[in-house]
Structures are given as structure tokens and as C-alpha cells.
Design a protein around this ligand. Structure first.
Ligand code: C2E
Ligand code: MG
Ligand code: MG
Length: 712
């Protein structure tokens, strides 16, 4: 039988909690029934899932979850390891790759919180044992037979190593656990002295405290230190040493309690490594980077002259590679990028991966911006040679934001904000380059930056409207359809073009609610035209972003929308870019098939600009290709006509027609272009020659006039 948690379509939170319970069950002695355990982990899973979905994600919540595991007695070494692995892998699998970075940061923090809490708990437990031994010891001093027997029993059966010594440092008695721990027999032990247990790594203070204890200045102390075993191997031991006094209060014996914590040490080292490293590339992660950067600021006093610099870098076009060739190829590429970056970094430079395709190099002591620029140049050069991955040659560039400042003039968070903005500038200036932070430009850039932050509220306040640009038949220049193009009526900045906000909306997911509104407005307006003009009414073509296509509810939503508005399905077309169509995930294809089965047309937007191979056209349910405007540029004026462009367009049109597709040319600006495109066989055209994007009312007026467009 399938377990409920693994059923497809089950609530991902339930699935995660169930898998978690299954992973950790039996790894710790937890005083809980199976269903209690599951309920407990479900609660923790809820906290963890909320933390990775928060905006921004709150990975530090992991530390609290780690502590709660310890409080609930999940203290077996395997428990935390499996927890970390499970959450790191399953959360991205269940909630999508966008939570991957947050999930990894969170598990790192969880491991660290767990280790800290576990240490605290062990100290408490040892204190309890120490008190018990002392109490028993005092009873034997009073020669109480029964308690002597009890003490003996405890001494012999204790899981913890116990040794008794005199104040001269001779070992008098040891219990079996201690013998097992060190690999000596009790006999061999008693021939040794306490000081023979010194280890070269011991801090001098350890033995100073030991002397003070023997003198009676202190009654006990604790230390974690290394010991050699009989066979020469090393163990790490948590040692509690206590003094037992005689009736006069003078030092009489020393009692040592030893717990072998080597295993825990190894685990802790492993967890610390995990907490501070990116598992994919083994570079330092964001937590390590932030810690180091903050330390630079903490170490430098207010009058310090120390300077610090960062190169903040983001790969260009990585998303395309990841989407079109799959995450596996993307992962291998990131690993190779990490190797090249690490090779660029010198002494005092820390390379970290801070997010998906985001890296940073920290220069802890810089002496001016030149060193940073030099570093940025080296990084760009290192990324230039093509990547040979899975039998293909791929190229990726990077954009770099460079910031270099005196520590006294800024803060760690200001520095990172400046790096962020500067990276954005470098990208805007045309990718594959670095930009150095320029404070005077801050304001304009901050404005652009906040645009993306303002998007969610703008959608909630309905600050968007839709214009329609005619799509005309090149044979008679009459309207066949219109493309819906969204605009943002920004309260301060006026009307903004989609090129400024569609990208950010897609990155942040705001495109989903925004796209829903555009679809709704477009269907309503098209329904009104249909009511007035009947069969002569235009279809409406709506741009749909990849992110929308991956929404499971899209098809049902569109069906409901057509139903609600009464727009016939054949009056609706969706435009998808090549990138959206050629990802290797299965969902879009199913969605496309369903849309097409409803009678909706599918168009490939900006056709010819992607670098995918064209065989997808045969496999996918497509009705229309929209040739990107750049192809028409060479056809603008007759004398200057570019033969290459002409041949390319001719070939693409032939390809489209061979597959029974309608071919639409975008960006038609002149009558010459329109004529040549028609001569080359294009069916429809769109562009300023015919009409710009217009309000719905203007389209209706145009339809009422019924004149051909773009003919003077
Ligand atoms: P697109 O889908 O390729 O839309 C055509 C773009 O070309 C429009 O820019 C249009 O105004 C512009 N254009 C029209 N005629 C001419 C011309 O003769 N010459 C030139 N040079 N350009 C012309 P716009 O409206 O700025 O839209 C830009 C892009 O934003 C669109 O490109 C589309 O990819 C995206 N977009 C617009 N609205 C939406 C939407 O509602 N959802 C989504 N996901 N994307 C949208
Ligand atoms: Mg379009
Ligand atoms: Mg286009």
C-alpha cells in the first residue's frame, strides 16, 4: 500500500511531515507515540515551510527548530543529519526550485541551532551525574554499607567513564566504561598518573586549573579536551573534574567523569560545515559571507582606516540555460562557475555563493577600488571560455556590481544594498560588464529598484490598464485581431512601459495575479466588440508569461473566464515566447493541449530570437508564429534592403506555412516593409504603420469606420 504522505497531489505539508517522521523514527529515544511524533513534526514542518516562503525568506528560524528538536529529545546523531538532508532535498521537490536556496540556508541554521542546544543539554546532564557521585562518595566516607554498595554498582555500571585519583595525581580506581573508552585495563590505568593524560593541544589554563583544584582553591571544573587512547588514536572527551574533601575540609580525592564526545564533535564539525557552505558548489554560503562581512565592521573601530570591497555578481542568461536544458545542466554549470571564481580569488578574498546564480567576492582589506576592478576584470575573463557540459558548449557571461568603501563610512547592510543596485546598473548597461558604485546615481537607481518592490501593492490597487494594438491582414490591411499590451499607471512616475516591470513581475511571481487581470480585461473588451460586430470582431491576443503557464489552475481559470464573459473561445489567442514553450517540464504542454482543445489559438511570440532548435514547432500545438520585429528592420527601405534578412524571413515564412501556421510580422513601421513582408508571404502584420496600442474605445471606433489601416 502506498503511504498517505507519498500520494501524488497530497498536501505538500502533510507529505513533508510524514516523510520527516518516517526518516527520524527510531533514530532517537523519544518518549512519544508515533502519532504524537508525527503531530510534533507537522508543527515544525509548518514553521519551516512558512519560513522558506516568507518574503524575504527567514532561514534563521532553522535555529529555533533545531533547539525544539533537542528539547523534544531528538538527540540521536542520525536524527539531525537525516532532518537536514530531508528538508534540503524535499522542500524544493515539493514546493519548487525557488525555495531551494532558502531551504539550504534554513537547514544550515537548523544544524547550528541543534548543535548549540545539544551542548547546553549535555552540560546539564553531567552536572546531575556529578552530584549523584559526590553524594554517594560522601556516604561511603561515613562507611554506610548500603550506600557503598550502591556507589559500587553505579560506578561499575555507569555508561560514563569515571576515575578516582588522589591529590598526588595517582589513579586509584577506574570503572569499566573508562577502560573501554581509553583501551587500557584497570590495572594499566592504576600504573599511570593523571598528568600522563596531557595532550599537546591542551590549553595551559587546563593544567593551571587542575593544580588549583588539587590545592583546594576550586572544587571542580569542566573542559572539553583531546586524549590519546592506548592505541594512539585520539578521542575528544568532555571532562568534569571534582574535588572530594575529607572531614576537615582538606583535599582528599579527585573524581573525573569523562564522556566521549568524539562522534558528536565530528557531527558538529560536519554541521558547522553545512551551515556555512553551499552544498552544490562547496563555496562559502550567504551565512558565512554575511558573518565575515559583519566581522570586518565589528573589528574596525569608529576611527579605523580599514577599507572593504565586494564584487557582487550575477550570471547573464543562466535562467534560460536552466529552463531549457534542465536543472542538472544548470547545477553542473554553477559548479564550474564556482571553480573558476575560486581560482580568481587571492589571499584575503572570500568567494561565496549567495543565491541561485548569484556570487560574491569579499575583499576584507582593500586599498582602493583598483584592486576590485582588477578582480572584476579577471572574473569576467575567467567566465569567457565556453563551458563544456554534457556534450554541449555553452556560454554565460556575468554582470558585476563593484563597491569599495571605508568601513567607517558605511555599514554591512548599506554596502550590500549598494552592491545590489550597482549590479542592477551593470545589467541595465548591457550585461557582461562590471559597474562601480556611484553614489550620485543612487537616487535614480533606487527608484527603479523600488519599482519592483512596489509591484504587489500596485496590483492590489489596480494601477494597471490594457491597450490594444491592431493585427492586420497584409492582404487588405483590415483588422483581424488585436494584441493586449499592459501599462502601469504609476501614481508618481506616470504611465510605465511593460519592459520596465514585466521582468521583475515574473521574477517575483506578481505576474500571476497581474496576468489574470490582463486576461480578464482583454476578454471583457473582446466580448463587447463581439457583441457589437459579430463575426467581423477581432480576436484578442494576450501575452502569457512562463510563470503563468506553470500555474496548475490556468486552464480552468480561462475556461471560467470565457464562460463568465461569454467570449467565444475562437476570439482568444495566447502568446507565449519560445522560452516558455521549450522548457523541459511537462505541465505547459498539457495546459497548451487543453487550451487548444477549447478552441483557443496559440501564438509563438518574438519568434526567431530564442536559440532553440525549431523542431518544437512540430511537436507543440501552435497556430501562429510572430516574427520578431528585428527581422523586419532590414526590409524597411527598398534601396537599403538587406538580402540576408530577406532570405531569413522567406525561410521562416516557408517553414511556418509548411506547418500550416499563420505568420505574423511584428514591428511593421513603413509601407515598404509591409509590401516586402507581404511579398515574402507573411499573412499578418502589427506595428506603428497600422496603429499604435490604443484604448478599447478607440479600437471600437476604428472598427465602426471599417477602413483599411496604414494606407495613406
Ligand atoms: P511583444 O509581445 O512582442 O509586444 C510587441 C511590442 O512591440 C509592444 O511593446 C509594442 O508596443 C511594440 N511595437 C508595436 N509596434 C511597433 C513598431 O512598429 N515598432 C517598434 N519598434 N515596436 C513596436 P510594449 O507594449 O512595450 O510591450 C513590450 C513587451 O512587454 C511585449 O512584447 C510583451 O512581451 C510584454 N507584455 C506586454 N503586455 C504584457 C502582458 O500583459 N503580459 C505579459 N506577460 N507580457 C506583456
Ligand atoms: Mg506579444
Ligand atoms: Mg513580440
Amino acid at each position: 500500500m502506498t503511504e498517505p504522505g507519498r500520494l501524488a497531489g497530497a498536501d505538500p505539508l502533510e507529505a513533508l511531515a510524514a516523510e520527516w517522521a518516517e526518516e527520524v523514527e527510531g533514530t532517537s529515544y523519544v518518549p512519544m507515540a508515533a502519532d504524537e511524533l508525527r503531530a510534533h513534526l507537522r508543527e515544525l514542518a509548518r514553521v519551516v515551510v512558512a519560513a522558506v516562503h516568507a518574503d524575504p525568506p527567514r532561514p534563521n528560524v532553522g535555529a529555533a527548530v533545531g533547539r525544539r528538536l533537542v528539547l523534544a529529545h531528538f538527540t540521536g546523531p542520525a536524527t539531525v543529519e537525516r532532518t537536514v538532508l530531508l528538508l534540503g532535498e524535499r522542500m524544493p521537490a515539493l514546493y519548487g526550485p525557488r525555495v531551494r536556496a532558502a531551504a539550504h540556508a534554513l537547514t544550515g541554521s537548523l544544524a547550528a541551532g541543534y548543535a548549540a542546544a545539544l551542548r547546553g543539554r549535555t552540560l546539564d546532564e553531567q552536572e546531575a551525574i556529578r552530584r549523584a557521585v559526590l553524594a554517594a562518595r560522601q556516604h561511603t566516607e561515613q562507611a554506610l554499607h548500603a550506600s557503598e554498595a550502591r556507589f559500587r554498582a553505579m560506578f561499575h555500571e555507569a555508561a560514563i567513564g569515571i576515575g578516582l585519583g588522589d591529590v598526588q595525581g595517582r589513579i586509584i580506581d577506574v570503572n569499566p566504561a573508562l577502560c573501554a573508552m581509553f583501551g587500557y585495563t584497570a590495572e594499566e590505568f592504576t600504573r599511570r598518573s593523571v598528568v600522563q593524560q596531557m595532550h599537546p593541544d591542551d590549553a595551559p589554563s587546563v593544567w593551571e586549573r587542575y593544580e588549583r583544584l588539587l590545592r583546594g582553591d576550586i572544587d571542580n571544573f569542566r573542559v572539553e579536551k583531546r586524549f590519546y587512547r592506548a592505541d594512539g588514536t585520539e578521542i575528544v572527551v568532555h571532562l568534569t573534574l571534582s574535588l572530594v574533601r575529607d572531614e576537615q575540609g582538606d583535599p582528599a580525592y579527585q573524581v573525573a567523569m569523562l564522556e566521549d564526545v568524539s562522534e558528536r564533535h565530528r557531527l558538529q564539525a560536519h554541521m558547522e560545515y553545512q551551515a556555512y557552505h553551499d552544498p552544490l558548489t562547496t563555496l562559502a554560503n550567504r551565512a558565512r559571507f554575511t558573518e565575515r562581512l559583519e566581522r570586518v565592521f565589528a573589528e574596525a573601530g569608529p576611527s579605523s582606516t580599514r577599507r572593504v570591497g565586494v564584487c557582487f555578481l550575477d550570471l547573464d542568461g543562466f535562467k534560460t540555460i536552466n529552463d531549457s536544458l534542465g536543472h542538472h545542466v544548470g547545477d553542473v554549470m554553477l559548479q564550474e562557475v564556482a571553480r573558476r571564481l575560486a581560482a580568481c580569488a587571492g589571499e584575503g578574498e572570500l568567494v561565496a555563493r549567495t543565491g541561485g546564480d548569484e556570487f560574491v567576492v569579499l575583499v576584507e582589506d582593500s586599498h582602493g577600488v583598483d584592486r576590485l576592478v582588477d578582480l572584476a576584470d579577471r572574473v569576467l575573463a575567467a567566465l569567457e571560455p565556453p563551458f563544456r557540459l554534457v556534450g554541449q558548449e555553452l556560454v554565460t557571461g556575468a554582470s558585476i556590481g563593484v563597491v569599495e568603501k571605508a568601513v567607517s563610512e558605511t555599514t554591512a547592510s548599506e554596502l550590500m544594498r549598494a552592491a545590489d543596485i550597482t549590479l542592477y546598473t551593470a545589467k541595465a548597461e548591457g550585461r557582461g560588464r562590471w559597474a562601480v558604485h556611484d553614489p550620485s546615481r543612487d537616487e535614480a537607481e533606487t527608484a527603479r529598484f523600488t519599482l519592483s518592490a512596489a509591484l504587489p501593492a500596485a496590483v492590489a490597487h489596480d494601477e494597471f490598464f490594457v491597450l490594444y494594438q491592431p493585427l492586420v491582414s497584409l492582404a487588405d490591411h483590415r483588422i483581424r485581431g488585436v494584441e493586449a499590451l499592459v501599462r502601469w499607471q504609476h501614481p508618481r512616475l506616470g504611465v510605465l512601459s511593460p519592459s520596465l516591470f514585466i521582468g521583475p513581475a515574473e521574477e517575483t511571481g506578481v505576474i500571476v495575479p497581474l496576468g489574470r487581470r490582463v486576461l480578464e480585461a482583454a476578454c471583457r473588451d473582446a466580448r463587447d466588440w463581439h457583441a457589437e460586430f459579430g463575426d467581423a470582431s477581432p480576436f484578442v491576443s494576450v501575452n502569457v508569461a512562463p510563470r503563468q503557464l506553470h500555474e496548475p489552475g490556468l486552464v480552468a481559470e480561462i475556461a471560467a473566464l470565457l464562460d463568465r464573459t461569454g467570449l467565444p473561445a475562437d476570439r482568444l489567442q495566447v502568446e507565449l515566447t519560445e522560452r516558455a514553450l521549450t522548457t523541459d517540464e511537462g505541465a505547459p504542454l498539457k495546459a497548451l493541449d487543453s487550451l487548444r482543445a477549447m478552441g483557443i489559438k496559440i501564438a509563438v511570440d518574438d519568434f526567431g530570437t530564442g536559440y532553440s532548435n525549431l523542431s518544437y514547432l512540430r511537436r507543440l500545438p501552435v497556430d501562429v508564429i510572430k516574427l520578431d520585429g528585428s527581422f523586419g528592420e532590414g526590409l524597411r527601405e527598398e534601396e537599403l534592403s538587406d538580402e540576408v534578412d530577406e532570405r531569413i524571413v522567406g525561410t521562416l515564412v516557408a517553414l511556418g506555412h509548411a506547418l500550416d501556421l499563420t505568420v505574423t510580422a511584428e514591428g511593421v513601421e513603413t509601407a515598404e516593409q509591409a509590401a516586402r513582408l507581404r511579398a515574402l508571404g507573411c499573412d499578418e502584420g502589427q506595428g506603428w504603420l497600422f496603429a499604435p496600442a490604443l484604448p478599447a474605445g478607440d479600437i471600437a471606433a476604428m472598427l465602426r469606420r471599417g477602413l483599411p489601416l496604414g494606407q495613406s
